[in-house]
Design a protein around this ligand. Sequence first.
Ligand code: DGY
Length: 328
Amino acid sequence: MPRIFVSRALPKSTIDMLTNAFGDSAVAVYPKDQVIERHELLEGVRGIEALLPILTETIDVEVMEAAGPRLRIIANYAVGYNNINVAEATKRGIAVTNTPGVLTETTADLAWALILGASRRIGEGERYLRAGNWKSWAPQMLLAWDVYVKTLGIFGMGRIGQAVARRALGFGMRTIYHSRSQKDAALERELNAAYVDLKTLLAESDVLSLHCPLSAETRHAFGADQFRKMKRTAIFVNTTRGPVVDEAALAAALLSGEIAAAGLDVFEHEPKVHPELLKCENALLLPHMGSGTIQTRTRMAEIAATNIVEFLSGRRPPNCVNPEVLRA
Ligand code: DGY
């Protein structure tokens, strides 16, 4: 009987998928509704075959060592897997899986909530009203920036970037994008999107939304130099990973008016938010809610469990990010 460790309580239906396949005593679930302490994680993984972590857990050499040589699969409960040392897992022959696809539309919706919210000063407006400052309708009150027919810039045109661009069609926007590779002409036509170099993306975007994965190349890809090259009326949105942005530089750009506003769902040191960002009235800040709908979070859990069930049953896990460890 294999042993499986789940590092955070997930829907019962998901745990049932694992216990139905391997028996009740095969599955241990961290019982508290809080981030697992590092020593509890190191203890929990001892001797397991499969680990189902969430993105708050760093799965590094120490965890793999603590698990021991029987560990064969790490099924992340997220599409992003920067919390896992995949190179080390691959070296040890451990399969790593993620949950792509299901959260594309949900995350694109939230990116749009931030695009509209930051552009139209929704957070500031609500704070103003709740503070009792609203005395009358006024021609100059909380004036903001139009989104309709403006230029949307996308950095990272993967699944989520494309879904964000598709929604922009409804706003009559033109999309420009910068990505690792140019997309095919049919997709560019469908999305009314043009590939541009980074310089053009920075200079021409009215709204700039990040959708690249976090990697060595994208870490702090947006800093003082990039903000300086953007329009003073630009709206900057990040729903991917916090470390893609130099937060001190972003806060400085927001406070000095170098750019107009930002909408952020992710931060470099979650759940800590850079203190300078908290000072920015023109930043709309959310606690990493991009995939947070009931349907999507349930599907993510099911996908993570499916990857474990398939793999431990001798079949290919559907969402392996290091397929070189799977034997043909
Ligand atoms: C992911 O799956 O990577 C998301 O950030 C979770 O919301």
